[in-house]
Design a protein around this ligand. Sequence first.
Ligand code: SF4
Length: 729
Amino acid sequence: MTDGARATTRPGRTPREVATHCPYCALQCGMTLREEAGRVAVLPRQFPTNRGGLCQKGWTAAELLDHPERLTTPLLRDPDTGRLRPASWDAALDRIVAGIRAVQDGHGRDAVAVFGGGGLTNEKAYALGRFARVALRTRHIDYNGRFCMSSAAAAGMRAFGVDRGLPFPLADLGRADTLLLVGANPAETMPPLVRWLTEQRERGGRLIVVDPRVTATARQADLHLQPLPGTDLAVANALLHIALTEGWVDRDYVSARTTGFETVRRSVAGWWPARAEALSGVPVADLEATARALGTAERVIILTARGAEQHAKGVDTVTGFVNLALALGLPGRPGSGYGCLTGQGNGQGGREHGQKADQLPGYRRIDDPAAREHVAGVWGVPADELPGPGVPAYQLLDSLGTPAGPKALLVFGSNPVVSAPRAARVEGRLRDLDLLVVADLLLSETAALADVVLPTAEWAEEDGTMTNLEGRVLRRRALRPPPAGVRTDLAILAALTARLQAQGRAPSYRILHRKGPFLAPSPGRVGAVDGSDPRAVFEELRRASAGGIADYAGVSWERIDERDGVFWPCPAEDGPDTPRLFADRFATPDGRARFHPVEHRPAAEEVCAEYPLHFTTGRVLAQYQSGTQTRRVDALRRAAPDAFVELHPDLAARLGIGDGAPVRVISRRGELRAPARLSTAIRPDTVFAPFHWGGAARANSVTNDAVDPVSGMPEFKICAVRLERVDEP
Ligand code: SF4
């Protein structure tokens, strides 16, 4: 039986329960799964982050386990009919390996690429990186987390020397005197987190929200700043300007714990509040009230999320708020700090262990010779045989099938046909491939294009670890095995590796057989050391991450089970973990945080006579990411059945559009069609659409593929569009 699971016996039935976490977002709410008479129910579970609460997505997560559309056999595209047809695992794996051989023989190792996801467990993310670098020996691997919070990650790395979403436990939010949320809407994206906001306000704290829309979170705020999309950086610089003018900068902290302040002080000198108001539309009085609430309170937390990050200047925008936090002396001060709300379920752990183009496990850089030596040593291969850095996600997707780009792609846990910017172009690139392989539990829009589809296990059918938005490593526990015909991602990677090795295409690296300081035998699992056992993979991950920024060496499954997770870095099993970072020093060589001067610049695409409106995207409460799973859950489909285009009634009146009328949103890259939804929650110069749907309602048909030059994050949150009523039937 899985750790954390228990079975009780009653006459005629054997209910089984397991303590695990929600499969969806980065809050990773604790839940109990109970199986009785073949039915699986979700029960609340007390856990420090959600305290028994779940949102509608969590409550209904088990519905997909026995969903009629679940994939239970591999599918191969028939060359005669062009259709996908059921196939055996042997036939599917043989087809993949033959395709990899043909592509690499003809075009070189880098002609095969791998695309992962921020929802994969740590073990899968790690194994995927190892598979790409060692079995395929390609430099081309990246993942959809690049679309999620890579800008905050890059800003955190350059300021603090480490990237952990929240460098403090979530509970600190409830004790903040002032809490500033920038581009975050947790009331819809992670509702149980709102309990902390409620607690904060009940203690007399002030909640200030910066968002172009009057979101469910903004409605709860004491003060809502509603800037024009793409102007958050001007707001940040103006807030720091006011703090300097009013003498709220913590000079002792700045001089003892940071470097580079003087250049930032000079750079914000010109950011008079009136200038920021002219650019962003946020009244000077609101900027001043916000600066005062931040500058005069004892415990202050500043959080950013996708609204601030998903821009071609996302790294600089986040840096603007990091500069503000450092100037006020927040990071490392008890009850205060800067943090980022991660989005995807394993958005944090997924970017720490090697599925990012420039990374090796433990948040090591792949171009660092010492890091390569360490990880190659764990993998049992020469360091000089590891490939170098690849390219960020959108650049990779946009190169597929081109003369210089990869000709084959293996996709795990991602649906870029819906989630990538300028999605019609990405869809075309995928169609140009010689070989597209997709591993998924349902036939996503991307899987529907594939040459080979591999059915994978769901979250309740596998063990592993996830790392939540606090950097807390958690245990995912299996309730039951996958259905017949379905394999875990780890088993798929192990089978592909074995085939490549048998054909002499991949070196032997069955390192999982080796006993090391961390690899204690796991009762009942000792036979499964071919790479498909998550416990064995995690033990190897610990070795590979040891000494890195994200050091998991001291994190054992037993230790996670004994407490409510383990916070990284945790270098020794008999040493402490790290719920709070930066108490004494930052993770930079000299221990000081870095200021960086950042200047506002316009969006990559500005409005004009032909495209006079701003377009922005986001989420709704009852759907998740590209909707592959949540669009198939009855209760969620009833709650949020279709896409929509949100626009202000004044704009609707000007264009002659009634509530519910079909409209077209058109950009230079494409269009989406959906019913209009009139709302005063949005600015009259901006329209919004959720990104959970494909087909004609695909928001990413419209979005801009301009990317941040540092993080590679696409500019999902702003582009120029025009809006038209659809008159034809
Ligand atoms: S808030 Fe996130 S983790 Fe919690 S139940 Fe909802 S989707 Fe799941």
